[in-house]
Design a protein around this ligand. Structure first.
Ligand code: KMH
Ligand code: ZN
Length: 271
């Protein structure tokens, strides 16, 4: 089994300081949270950024400032900007961080409900255009899968040349699809041979699904974007505290933790 790649989704676009005062907004706070996750064992930082007042933004300059701050504190970490941004942003807004030439970025492979009246829109043309630009810019996509059909889209667009193989998937359970082991296993069985995958359980499903992912040989994402509690009713002090918990579970299950360079090797990234 490969060593375990831990991704820390430190900020997100929806969670606020009202949910947990440690959610980072400023460049300094983003740096602090990334460092806490990295020191605890995360090799990838999944990155959204905010204005100082917490408003989500995909502004290229803000991303650059945050990435510089993270790399100052964690020089070898893999940074994976979001191209999902926040619900309602235009494709042009969302694509800005890929112009900075990151090693990875997310590629959301379908439209889904995002709570209340919110719809996270990813049309066929959006996905193909994002995929094509990521190939041109040398960015490895992490395919975000919020529902099972999104795997089929990714396979179709890979065949059409919009996504390079082998693909890396992130299964997000508990937003649209149910957070069940049955659904996770179905998805793991549905991806092409040679693909890699990560599981992100949202809310109270984060740690149970992390444990399942570790046991199945997949990789794990945790962080404030998905969950702000370290245990029932207790807010996490930092993203690092969530990563530490995953590291403890992995150690109990006999799974070693990948360094950023080992994660690059597993994912086929060029530094
Ligand atoms: N904030 C969501 C609308 C991604 O990072 O690519 C999209 C999201 C997925 O978080
Ligand atoms: Zn995200």
């Amino acid at each position: 089994m490969d060593k375990l790649i831990i991704t820390a989704a430190i900020c997100g676009a929806e969670v606020t300081k009202e949910h947990n005062p440690n959610v980072p907004y400023t460049v300094e706070e983003i740096g602090r949270e990334a460092e806490s996750a990295y020191k605890a064992g995360a090799s990838i930082i999944h990155l959204h950024v905010r204005e100082d007042d917490g408003t989500p933004t995909q502004d290229k300059a803000r991303f650059k400032a945050c990435i510089d701050e993270i790399l100052k504190r964690c020089p070898d970490v893999i940074i994976q900007p979001s191209t999902g941004g926040a619900v309602g942003m235009t494709d042009e807004e969302r694509l800005q961080p890929t112009e900075l030439g990151p090693e990875m970025a997310t590629l959301d492979c379908g439209t889904c409900n995002f709570g209340g009246d919110e719809i996270f829109v990813n049309t066929e043309n959006t996905i193909k255009n994002f995929g094509r630009l990521m190939i041109e810019r040398g960015v490895k996509p992490e395919i975000e899968v919020f529902d099972k059909g999104m795997i089929d889209y990714a396979i179709k667009y890979a065949k059409q040349g919009f996504i390079k193989e082998p693909m890396h998937f992130d299964f997000v359970l508990g937003v649209q699809m149910a957070a069940t082991v049955r659904d996770l296993s179905f998805m793991v069985d549905s991806i092409p041979a040679g693909s890699t995958w990560t599981v992100s359980g949202v809310g109270r499903h984060e740690m149970p699904l992390a444990a399942v992912g570790i046991a199945m040989g997949g990789h794990v994402r945790v962080g404030f974007e998905d969950n702000v509690y370290i245990e029932k009713g207790v807010l996490a002090k930092s993203n690092g505290e969530l990563v530490e918990k995953v590291v403890r579970i992995a150690k109990e299950l006999g799974r070693e933790i990948a360094t950023p360079d080992e994660a690059r090797e597993i994912l086929g990234l060029k530094k």
